[in-house]
Design a protein around this ligand. Structure first.
Ligand SMILES: [Cu+2]
Length: 294
């Protein structure tokens, strides 16, 4: 019996451990990942506390129920009590849940407030959702305007593979051994590590939702409305996400990739990317002025 239980227990422990160790989702991962920012780790910790509170309540409630069912069953000669009401008991089973709910809501609300506080951010990125891709505009980086603005859409091999009768195998698509079918993009959102990044999130057609699980939040992208969120990523890496709001035919084909670089490397990327972008921008702004006037 003990041996029969050991294997599943080990598998579950392994899953919990692996989910904690790796940033991106793994096959059969059961729990949410701890994430790569302080916020996401706080979200994970609060989730675990709430989970264990619920488990404890479940054990007590079902425990009392099963004890009552087995010990006081008719075949053992149990006789029903004749009283129908107890104000004291009702007060107790009202007050205790209220206290438990307050104890849960207090830290959760405090964390939600911290998560929505985008003040003192050092960088701003505007995210716009389209059917079925994302646009990233680097609005501000420590007071400077990087002038970088690009579209991020599903990477070409995944896109070819998903076509009917492509004959291509989704399992062949991997980046560094990690299966990335429908999870990779042509232009990832590049961010620096250890910088408070404010995101302003909107959409240009229908409602989308920008969601990278390891950042610990998701934010709706709604046409005509600007939502905001923030993160400060602790570890360099490649973090993957999805559009999380059903947005039409290709909803499943607009993944999100965040590439977090150490600050120096990010600034180098910024310096290399900005002139190329500026050249593109000039090319497009010159065109109308060379056209015949009025
Ligand atoms: Cu979408």
């Amino acid at each position: 019996m003990r041996r029969a239980l050991a294997a599943p227990a080990l598998i579950i422990l392994g899953m919990l451990a692996s989910s904690a160790a790796s940033a991106n989702p793994q096959p059969w991962q059961l729990n949410m990942a701890r994430g790569v920012s302080k916020t996401s780790q706080e979200v994970h910790d609060i989730h675990m506390i709430m989970l264990w509170i619920c488990v404890a309540i479940g054990v007590v409630v079902f425990g009392v129920m099963f004890v009552a069912m087995f010990r006081f069953r008719k075949s053992r000669g149990a006789v029903p009590a004749t009283w129908s009401h107890s104000t004291k008991l009702e007060a107790i089973w009202t007050i205790i849940p209220i206290l438990i709910l307050i104890a849960c809501a207090w830290p959760a609300t405090a964390l939600l407030l911290r998560m929505s506080d985008t003040s003192d951010s050092e960088m701003t990125v505007k995210i716009t959702g389209y059917q079925w891709k994302w646009r990233y505009e680097y609005i501000d980086y420590f007071g400077k305007q990087p002038g970088i603005n690009f579209i991020s859409s599903l990477e070409a091999t995944s896109n070819r593979t998903r076509q009917l009768g492509s004959g291509m195998n989704p399992a062949d698509i991997k980046v560094d051994g990690y299966p990335t079918y429908l999870l990779d993009v042509d232009n990832p959102l590049v961010l620096p590590v250890g910088v408070k990044v404010r995101f302003i999130v909107t959409a240009d057609d229908v409602i989308h939702s920008w969601w990278v699980p390891v950042l610990g939040w998701k934010q709706d992208a709604i046409p005509g409305i600007i939502n905001s969120a923030w993160t400060s990523i602790d570890e360099p890496g490649v973090y993957r996400g999805q559009c999380a709001e059903l947005c039409g035919r290709d909803h499943g084909f607009m993944p999100i990739v965040v590439k977090a670089l150490p600050k120096a490397e990010f600034e180098q990327w910024l310096a290399e990317r900005a002139p190329a972008q500026a050249a593109e921008a000039t090319a497009t702004t010159i065109a109308p002025t060379t056209a015949p006037q009025g």
